[in-house]
Write a protein that binds this ligand. Structure first.
Ligand code: NAD
Length: 302
């Protein structure tokens, strides 16, 4: 992908997936504003990119507020003169079951992921619309936001909300030729190292061992670098006609998620649906089509 002349912001790109995205965008020729709350990792990311011949600067600010979003867009314009690509990647976890979750835990995750994605995209959209040359917004969902996950009330709300915003923005920004997509990644990072079913594969990667096809294909689990090609593709001219999509990436797995759609529809004859009518129809028409909750993961091979 040739992204020469393009300018990108990647939030939360001091480590993990964001670092892989920023590195790949820079390797493809884009000038990158690296962002993180952690100044040391942000600076190290800039050095890694520039040492490899790329162009990057660090803007250390906690994503979430309108002020932080504006600082990022202003930095891109001040350093590189324009903005073409925004990757809304910054994120945190505050996992616990519903009955133990505090307001602070809920608000912290919503603020970083959902509000951060909203405020950064709004600031970027204003700039891209002024430029009049289109743009690329890449947001980050999660399997949790798509299907739910035990212990992740706040994160599920944020990630499902992000995909909802993506569909809305794809409509609102179409005329300005700004595409908006969600990627749904899975990769070995600080965020996944404590997930029990991934532990054997996290340990294998840490030991420098290759992952088995089961992990890379069935679980869609790999390194952050495995997810970066999708971001470079969506940022490129080759993806100009792709918008409003949720695209899974991880290991050797690339997947297009469906949007929620009705799976069973029944019609009443002018009576509407009183409760007893629903109770009578449900077992025959709807019960077999009830949806699963949580990721339905295959068993590992013996
Ligand atoms: N790792 C996975 O398998 C996976 C799966 C689904 C979704 N995701 C999503 O991918 C994104 C990146 O996750 P990761 O696994 O690389 O996590 P990570 O914890 O390795 O990296 C996240 C980075 O974001 C930074 N950050 C946190 N809050 C910030 C803020 N307010 N402003 C700026 N930077 C901030 C952190 O300092 C850190 O460097 C997140 O949105 C996450 O929800 C990851």
């Amino acid at each position: 992908m040739d992204l020469s002349g393009k300018v990108a912001i990647v939030t939360g790109s001091g480590r993990g997936l964001g670092l892989a995205y920023a590195t790949e965008l820079a390797r493809s020729g884009a000038a990158v504003v690296v962002n993180d709350v952690d100044a040391a990792v942000a600076q190290a990311a800039v050095e890694t990119i520039t040492d490899a011949g790329g162009t990057a600067v660090a803007e250390v600010v906690p994503v979430g507020t309108a002020e932080a979003a504006q600082a990022l867009v202003d930095r891109a314009v001040a350093e590189f003169g324009r903005l073409d690509v925004l990757v809304n990647n910054a994120g945190i976890l505050r996992d616990t079951t519903l009955w133990k979750m505090t307001d602070e835990q809920f608000d912290a995750v919503i603020s970083t992921h959902l509000r951060g994605t909203f405020t950064c995209t709004r600031a970027a959209a204003v700039r891209m619309r002024e430029q009049g040359q289109g743009g690329r917004i890449i947001c980050v969902g999660s399997p949790t936001g798509q299907v739910g996950n035990f212990g992740q009330t706040n994160y599920a709300a944020a990630k499902a909300g992000i995909v909802g915003m993506v569909r809305t923005w794809a409509m609102e920004l179409a005329r300005a030729e700004i595409t908006v997509n969600a990627i749904v990644p899975v990769a070995a990072t600080a965020m996944t190292e404590t997930v029990p079913f991934l532990k054997p594969y996290v340990d294998a990667l840490a030991a420098g061992e290759p992952l088995p096809p089961f992990a890379r294909q069935q679980l869609g689990f790999g390194s952050p670098e495995d997810a970066a090609g999708l971001v470079a593709f969506l940022a490129s001219d080759a993806a100009a006609s792709i918008t409003g999509q949720a695209i899974g990436i991880g290991g050797d797995r690339l997947a297009l998620w469906s949007h929620p759609a009705e799976v069973v529809v029944e019609f009443a004859e002018g009576t509407g649906w009183p409760a007893d009518a629903i109770a009578g129809t449900w077992p025959q028409k709807f019960a077999a089509a009830q949806q699963t909750v949580g990721q339905q993961l295959p068993e590992p091979p013996e």
